[in-house]
Write a protein that binds this ligand. Sequence first.
Ligand SMILES: [Fe+2]
Ligand SMILES: [Fe+2]
Length: 281
Amino acid sequence: MAKAFHWLGSATMQPSKSADPPNEGFAASGHTERYCGMLVDKAAKQAWSATRDIDWHVPPQRPWWLPRRNHVILTSQFLHGEQVARSACETLLPLLPEGPFRQALETQIADEARHVEAHARYLSRIGDIAPPRPLLVQALGHIQDWQGCAIGLVLATHVVLESEALAIQQELARDFPCPIMHQISRFSARDESRHIALGRVLLRAAALPAQPFEVRLKLHRQLRRLWRDCAAAAKADHGWAFARAAPEGRLETGWRRLQARFRRVGLIGAGEDSLFAETSA
Ligand SMILES: [Fe+2]
Ligand SMILES: [Fe+2]
């Protein structure tokens, strides 16, 4: 690979000690312990190797509609995006209690490292790499400087970022004719589904739906700020239509789509839509 970009600093998050729910509020029940154990077992069974399980003998194929320079920029964002995911999980890990939650998150960190490795190898096959776009730099900054509670960080990483990662994986599989990308995408999508499942378990263990309305509203506002800042960074990324990975339209419709996920995990309670609409506007 021609060059590497060491843009990921060390995590500096200091969870606040305000009226937020306490970080020790992740209560493991028999059910959540079993579910985490199942995720850990599944991760072991589904573990794949970026070196052995991808057929690197096939040449990378660029979509006909994508100029080489943009191909490099776009595929580099997949690498950087996976680095953000790994860094976010590493930031979250010490905030979880010892035991099944951490063990499950450790498998996710190993998955994300594998995704990073696969995309790095892909870029080395192309023979070039581009720096992260401002959108990803902004997302990482938000995660690393997260001032809220651990539950908010779980929402940011496992609901907001993971959902987007899965959506991008699906689009990638659909739009990229490259057989190597297809393989990476197929393996990664399976992992990402497990990561989203882990997020749901963590939020259940933190009793998110039972948190007071003010706490959930504050979390919702923090997530909206993260989303808005990322959208602003993408918009200010002059001239470069981010191919299909992060156009402005995605950021607008993506936030609306996220509301349904917030309802599913209990951030927005039944009948509370209008109370949360203010921060969704
Ligand atoms: Fe990933
Ligand atoms: Fe992931």
